[in-house]
Design a protein around this ligand. Structure first.
Ligand code: URA
Length: 200
């Protein structure tokens, strides 16, 4: 199964619990990305474009990604629900549940090292509902085989100056974290053919 297959399956749900008349927003980016960003739900602009995070808050997210060395095309960006909830209300538990198999399959195929949860709802998926985003944002935790890196939603950053500061700082922390992870990978030593026998 490929990411394109999943996108086709999402389109076939015809909006699922949200009903017909909406455009699917399956997500986009590198199918081998090291980092996956998972937001909440598409809004008006995302529904129109069929692409995640392209409205005002999305532009902030994408710009801050690029400024910190993660151009959007090098990561994978998606949401926990794949169609726009009307009036941009919070996604409901049964809506999140409906799209769970699609998101889980996307995660399985991409197999990222780090999952950045953007906002509360995707954070709850990995860390449970008992956690408070203002207490744990910017600090990675290992859950199963993935590092979960919780971040504030860019819409929250746009609403409050203090959160904007934290939002930008969390990206710097993410960058540092990725660098330390990369350093832990032993370098691949290329042995020229004539020396290979010496290793046996
Ligand atoms: N907010 C989200 O959580 N996701 C989007 O795609 C756009 C806005």
């Amino acid at each position: 199964m490929t990411l394109e297959d999943i996108a086709a399956q999402i389109a076939q749900t015809n909006g699922g619990p949200f009903g017909p008349g909406l455009n699917p927003v399956p997500g986009e980016g590198d199918s081998h990305a090291q980092i996956m960003f998972i937001g909440e739900a598409p809004g008006f602009h995302e529904d129109k474009a069929g692409r995640p995070f392209v409205g005002v808050s999305g532009q902030l997210l994408r710009r801050t990604m690029s400024e910190n060395g993660f151009p959007p095309e090098t990561v994978f960006i998606t949401n926990i629900v794949k169609f726009r909830p009307l009036e941009n209300r919070d996604p409901q538990p049964f809506e999140i549940e409906f799209f769970k198999p699609f998101l889980d399959k996307q995660i399985e195929i991409i197999d990222p090292k780090i999952i950045v949860t953007v906002g509360r709802f995707s954070m709850y998926k990995f860390l449970g509902e008992g956690v408070s985003i203002s207490k744990i944002h910017g600090v990675p935790r290992k859950v199963g085989k993935y590092y979960i890196f919780p971040m504030f939603h860019p819409a929250a950053a746009l609403r409050a100056g203090e959160m904007m500061k934290e939002f930008v700082e969390d990206f710097k922390k993410l960058k540092e974290f990725v660098e330390t992870l990369d350093q832990q990978v032993p370098p691949v030593v290329k042995v020229p053919p004539e020396k290979q026998m010496e290793l046996i």
